[in-house]
Design a protein around this ligand. Sequence first.
Ligand SMILES: Cc1cc2nc3c(=O)[nH]c(=O)nc-3n(C[C@H](O)[C@H](O)[C@H](O)COP(=O)(O)OP(=O)(O)OC[C@H]3O[C@@H](n4cnc5c(N)ncnc54)[C@H](O)[C@@H]3O)c2cc1C
Length: 413
Amino acid sequence: METIGVVGAGISGVHLALRLQQLGVSTTLYAERTPDEHRAARPVNLVARYGQTGVRERALHVDHFPDRPVPRVRLTVGGEDGLRFCGELGQPWRFVDFRIYIPQLVETYQRRGGQLVIEPVDAARAHELAARHELMVISSGSRSMAELFPRDPTRSPFTEPRRRLLAMMVTGVSYLEPFSNDIHFLPGVGELFFPPFYTFGGQLNALLMEAIPGGPFEPLTRMSYPDDPTLFKRTLLDVFATHVPSVRERIDDSEFDLARPIDYLQGAITPVARRGWARLGDSRCAVAIGDAWVLNDPLTGQGANLGSRCAFLLADAIATAPKFDEQFCRTVEASMWESAAQPATNMTNAFLTPWPPHVGSLLAAAAEQQRVANAFVDLFDDPPAALSTLSSPTATEAFLSRLSESKPRLAPA
Ligand SMILES: Cc1cc2nc3c(=O)[nH]c(=O)nc-3n(C[C@H](O)[C@H](O)[C@H](O)COP(=O)(O)OP(=O)(O)OC[C@H]3O[C@@H](n4cnc5c(N)ncnc54)[C@H](O)[C@@H]3O)c2cc1C
């Protein structure tokens, strides 16, 4: 019998398959499209991989991308007359187009002897495949198999999107100096992210707009680019001129455009946490990971990093489990929720609601002290620390006083 059936070759499924391969567990990876079909597709995300994901990639020996790592984050809060700081990251963030990243990892899995089956798998097919595998893992993303994994209302505070999204890979925007991810939080309006981004044309810039519904960014998340590219670009440039004039100044109008006509996405995400396991007939079970289990708004960049983390936690549990029954599923779900998914989800949901005053005080301290700025930007890669730091005025004060005793990292030039 093949041991584990993994459905869905996104970061969650492919990190799981590669990790199980390393641990000597036999797997079959079911993907709905070939690596080449994935390369030719439209983008569905714009992912920052944080330092802890980088550690797992090095463990998997798949850290072979030619992107320029991003060592710092400049954060502007409340418009360009508001707060601003530039935090040095403990470990750089990496931005590689997932249409390059995922196919390369899938091919690595195959080269190492992994079995890839190109077949879309729905819930009915998962039941059939369960006869061939001791455990099914469903990692086929947010569109998949909601009927197997019902929404958990106790973990899902929202019933509609808190943001609408526009993401683009663009030419004609010069890099921020020093080389940084440029993030703008505009309370009441939304958030703008301008990361350097490695895609098919090489190293470019990307844009992620998170628009608060009803606010001034929202029309751009609905406007059709193909219908009138010139109007779309002009509207976007006007928004930049009004809300982020320093970004507008970095744009060469004659060069500014989508890197390729397909290189954009628009949409919205309703955050949801589902029950993480299901019975497949009398004797088999399925576990869900990644967006198939917990779907967060991309605002804090948790989804792919969380999918990778859960892939490793689940692989370790699978490699040491005597059997894959309901008890195994319940235990592994509880452990992944507590150590990884709950902090990432609660942190993200907290960023989707107005901040309490002590978060404002923390940001003000970051704007004044380099060591606070550095520690703040590292919180994105450490949701448990972020949650505990932001949870109350006392926790924020404790964080600041711990930092005042620590040694500072160097400020950027
Ligand atoms: C605009 C945007 C920006 C983002 N930025 C970040 C970020 O900075 N950092 C971060 O960590 N996360 C970010 N995310 C979230 C991140 O993209 C997702 O959380 C992550 O990619 C989820 O990975 P996954 O493997 O669970 O699912 P997916 O990436 O959705 O992969 C699922 C795979 O399963 C396949 N599949 C689907 N249905 C079937 C089927 N029936 N049978 C077989 N295969 C199937 C799909 O083709 C896909 O390849 C962002 C998301 C968006 C939309």
